[in-house]
Design a binder for this molecule. Sequence first.
Ligand code: ADP
Ligand code: ADP
Ligand code: ZN
Length: 216
Amino acid sequence: MNVILLGPPGAGKGTQAKRLEEKHKLIQLSTGDMLRAAVASGNDLGKKAKEIMDAGQLVPDNLMIDLISDRIDQPDCTNGFILDGFPRTTPQAEALDSMLAEKGLKLHSVIEMKVQDEILVDRITGRYTCANCGAGYHDSFQQPRVAGVCDACGGTEFTRRSDDTAETVRSRLAAYHAQTAPILPYYGEKGVLKAVDGMTGIDEVTAQIEDALGAA
Ligand code: ADP
Ligand code: ADP
Ligand code: ZN
């Protein structure tokens, strides 16, 4: 099963992708995580992407399309994948369609996670992750069971993204509304789009996604 999680920054795509990964034995393909790894490694892609990401703008389509096309070819994707953060523009959505057709793969569903902008600002500015295993947390909405200790791995070091600031969030939201939201009707016409209310609790959102996938 190949699924797209589509929604604004902070909508909960990463949080839900991790749950789908476990339950359905799929692989989460987060283009944001892939780009951050490229920046950390200092490779060519990382050098090109760093400033763009810190400004809250979108990395050029050709770079993103090549990145995801190569990733889908890896053997761990054969049971299916969850795209988290891709596609984000009309050219990316069109390129995804042709690469899936070429590779003989089908798109099961596109899940739209709807969340209001004011809520997203709070979600993003309070977000942090375990430095060891990448588990996601939030200062108010998703705290570890024991303060300062990761639920998943027991790690005690946490990190925050350099682009998770109140100023950058505004550009990222503007990029979402101008460049990403316009691809929703494209998937609507294909009959694969399902919307969920992303403003409910994390477990409730998971239940809505499971319903949407089951009904597909
Ligand atoms: P969030 O999960 O908060 O929406 P991401 O981790 O998906 O953020 O993305 C972080 C940044 O990486 C984006 O602001 C953008 O600069 C870049 N990026 C990630 N995916 C894409 C993509 N598909 N196309 C262009 N830029 C991307
Ligand atoms: P995205 O990948 O779409 O940018 P994340 O999954 O990283 O979003 O979630 C952003 C922040 O909001 C994280 O700190 C996460 O713990 C928190 N969060 C995710 N889903 C919910 C929810 N349904 N209600 C409240 N907080 C949430
Ligand atoms: Zn951890």
